[in-house]
Design a protein around this ligand. Structure first.
Ligand code: SAH
Length: 229
């Protein structure tokens, strides 16, 4: 039997240093900072990457994918502010680290990943951490998850040529959607809100770099742009 991962205090010094990096990016929300202290990020990445798990940088997780930069994830949480009654949709489960953070802040969370093995690994770590308010699905997240819509918060963790139309449609009144929009090498984080029946788009941070969102309303596998057209 493995011991309780939440009590896994390995890398505690580098965890504290990471929290300092996050504070330098002006994220000061105590709940968010505490989650970065509590959730053992190294458990979500391959063991060979453990020494790099608390660097403020993307970490390779296999299948050509990366766990996103932690300070960007902290900014994401601050911008979207998921609350305990919120219904959240995440596109790109990846390592499952952001999934864990979101699940701790939200009411319930649905997360879609296109690579089955990544979803399976994320499930295992989430189970070890006792996180239960999460449904994982393997498939194309660019079409959303109609069964559980509408969502108060939608997070897209991969770069899209445009805001995927179905995700806007599945946003609840007062809902917030964050998605990196741009070309394959550089994107702007765009915050989309539905207010009074209107859709508002506000660019937040530019020059961020995410792995590509591949699917019907993202990029096609061969490098072309389906872009929802
Ligand atoms: N938040 C995650 C990000 C992982 S990278 C983390 O920090 O670990 C983005 C993930 O999006 C990759 O795992 C990739 O496989 C996945 N992805 C790309 N296109 C997708 C799509 N259309 N639907 C679901 N997942 C997708």
């Amino acid at each position: 039997m493995e011991s309780d991962p939440l009590k896994d205090r390995r890398f505690v010094g580098s965890r504290r240093a990471l929290i300092e990096r996050i504070r330098e990016r002006d994220v000061n929300d105590l709940e968010i900072l505490r989650l970065f202290d509590e959730i053992p990020r190294h458990r979500f990445v391959p063991e060979a990457m453990w020494p790099r798990a608390y660097e403020d940088a993307p970490v390779p997780i296999g299948f050509g994918q990366t766990a996103s930069q932690p300070s960007l994830q902290a900014l994401t949480l601050e911008l979207l502010a998921p609350g305990p009654t919120d219904n959240v949709l995440e596109i790109g489960t990846g390592s499952g680290f952001l999934t864990a953070l979101l699940a701790r802040m939200a009411g319930r969370l649905d997360s879609v990943e296109r690579i089955r093995e990544l979803s399976r690994r994320a499930r295992r770590v989430l189970d070890e951490l006792g996180i239960q308010n999460v449904a994982l699905m393997v498939g194309d997240g660019t079409i959303g998850w109609r069964k559980y819509a509408p969502f108060d918060v939608i997070v897209v963790s991969a770069a899209s040529p445009a805001v995927p139309e179905p995700l806007m449609d599945q946003l609840a009144e007062g809902g917030r959607l964050l998605v990196p929009v741009g070309d394959r090498s550089s994107q702007t984080l765009v915050l989309v809100r539905r207010e009074g029946g209107q859709i508002l788009q506000e660019p937040q941070h530019d020059r961020v770099t995410f792995v590509p969102l591949l699917g019907s309303f993202g990029w096609s596998d061969d490098g072309g742009n389906h872009g929802g057209e």
